[in-house]
Design a protein around this ligand. Structure first.
Ligand code: ZN
Length: 117
């Protein structure tokens, strides 16, 4: 027999597991992407094929090596709210880096940053 409190905890646990599964579903390994070699790569800073990249972090031509920071944080043995927060922070920073790179590219190509009439 379970108490109402135990039932509530089980419900919260299942909801948290469902959210983690949704995050994992977004971050899957993929091949055929290219990007910049990370610092611990044999050729750090070199641009080229990434053997396995994340489908969500980075992009097809600016790939993030698999497993990405989000999956590494989820895979740590001490999964905790702090790890999830670190993973989410990593994802937000990656998205911000991507936005900045796209804005820079648009400026270099002469799009955007033009005076409004
Ligand atoms: Zn990822």
């Amino acid at each position: 027999m379970t108490s109402a409190y135990q039932q509530q905890l089980a419900k919260q646990l299942h909801a948290a597991e469902a959210r983690i599964a949704a995050v994992r579903a977004l971050h899957q390994p993929v091949t055929g992407y290219t990007g910049w070699g990370p610092d611990d790569d044999p050729t750090p800073g070199a641009y080229g094929p990434i053997s396995q990249a994340c489908t969500t972090c980075g992009s097809e031509d600016d790939a993030v090596r698999w497993p990405c920071g989000t999956i590494r944080a989820l895979n740590t043995s001490r999964s905790s709210a702090g790890d999830l927060l670190a993973a989410l922070t990593h994802s937000v920073r990656a998205a911000q880096d991507y936005d900045r790179a796209m804005q820079k590219l648009a400026t270099e190509l002469g799009f955007g940053a033009e005076a409004q009439p």
